[in-house]
Design a protein around this ligand. Structure first.
Ligand code: KG4
Ligand code: ZN
Length: 352
């Protein structure tokens, strides 16, 4: 009989849950986005996020149970993101999962949010190990050699801002609403003047460097300088579109360049050439990035795997799936597992 797991995600501004069985069927999937609440503040306010999670977590879980037509007692295990993330929110989801597990005397599974993003392609397309993962989210930008559900080697990371953060901060400076990634993408589509785009000088750090790290803080500064060069008031749409497009070109060129070196590092860890590239995390929803990575993958004989946008951004399905991977290996956690605001991948699990 297949196992059925409830996964809960509350580490940022999405109150999300999903129920998945071990045959990869998503029986229920629900996300309550707090975006409108945080928009007024131009970014996520941790205390407000935690309070909203408290308000929404049970309705979201109940909606999932209704959608799946299951009673809590019919589930095999309960899982939640236990870090990294905004600690107030993480504790809300974690306590909900622990509470249900304790009341029903079922296993509780603590999930690392980053691990869950990285394992998503195994839910959506049954991607085989090993693979190279590019994790691009609001808080992280990393290359990982993924050997198994529990063994991942960090090949490169950002030395300052995360890619999603660069999108969000640049968008905010341009007067665009939060979250800025999808807004910049939409605006860039309106640009049709390549010459105008080229006039914006934006830095591409580490181009050609023999490592797989990133740096985006200089890009943020350059964006501010370009924006401040406009007269007071809203930036004319054609100019803003060209700047948004120049920003995306800059980012994608940097990513593709870093991918080349990440492939070499991958080989030294896994001992064979890379055959599969998975791009995960919220920024993987960006279609321009996806197109350019598809070209790159063709050139390098890689199978490219990008999950559908709804499973790239934070969701409960990725948590439930990561829990399935752990459960299948006999790894469950005790109820004294502590929420971890920081929880780097590859670091030993702290328990209790
Ligand atoms: O993975 P995620 O939902 O949350 C974190 O774990 O951080 O990622 C959120 C990030 C935000 O920075 C958001 O602006 C970015 O993903 N994002 C995008 C797009 N959709 C979401 N960035 C660029 N283009 C998009 N279409
Ligand atoms: Zn995330």
């Amino acid at each position: 009989m297949s196992t059925v797991i409830l996964g809960i995600e509350t580490s940022c501004d999405e109150t999300a849950a999903a129920i998945i069985d071990s045959d990869r069927n998503i029986l229920a999937h629900h996300v309550y986005s707090q975006m409108k609440t945080h928009r007024a503040h131009g970014g996520v306010v941790p205390e407000i996020a935690a309070r909203k999670h408290v308000e929404k977590i049970m309705p979201v879980i109940e909606t999932c149970l209704d959608e799946a037509g299951l009673k809590p007692s019919q589930l095999t295990a309960f899982a939640a993101t236990c870090g990294p993330g905004l600690i107030g929110g993480v504790m809300v989801g974690m306590m909900a999962a622990k509470g249900m597990a304790a009341a029903l005397d079922k296993p509780f599974i603590a999930v690392n949010h980053l691990e869950a993003h990285v394992l998503t392609p195994r839910l959506t397309s049954n991607l085989e190990f090993p693979y190279l993962a590019l994790l691009v989210s609001g808080g992280h930008t990393q290359f990982l050699a993924v050997e198994s559900a529990t063994t991942m080697h960090l090949l490169g990371t950002t030395r300052d801002d995360a890619l999603g953060e660069a999108f969000d901060k640049s968008a905010k400076m341009m007067g665009l609403p939060y979250p800025g990634g999808p807004e910049i993408e939409k605006l860039a589509l309106k640009s049709n003047d390549r010459e105008k785009e080229k006039a914006y000088k934006l830095p591409r750090p580490f181009l050609g460097a023999k490592h797989a790290d990133f740096s985006f803080s200089g890009l943020k500064t350059a964006m501010r300088q370009n924006i401040e060069a406009f007269p007071e008031g809203p930036i004319p749409e054609a100019e803003a579109a060209a700047l948004a497009s120049a920003f995306q070109h800059c980012i994608v060129e940097t990513i593709i360049d870093r991918c080349q070196y990440a492939l070499e590092l991958y080989k030294s860890h896994i001992g064979e050439n890379c055959a599969r590239l998975a791009v995960v995390g919220g920024v993987a929803a960006n279609q321009y990035l996806a197109q350019q990575l598809a070209d790159f993958s063709n050139t390098h004989n890689l199978t490219l795997d990008i999950a559908p946008p709804a499973l790239c951004t934070d969701n409960g399905a990725m948590i439930a799936w990561a829990a399935h991977e752990r459960y299948a290996l006999g790894r469950v956690d005790t109820l004294d597992f502590k929420a971890l605001p920081r929880w780097p991948l590859g670091k030993a699990r702290k328990n209790g």
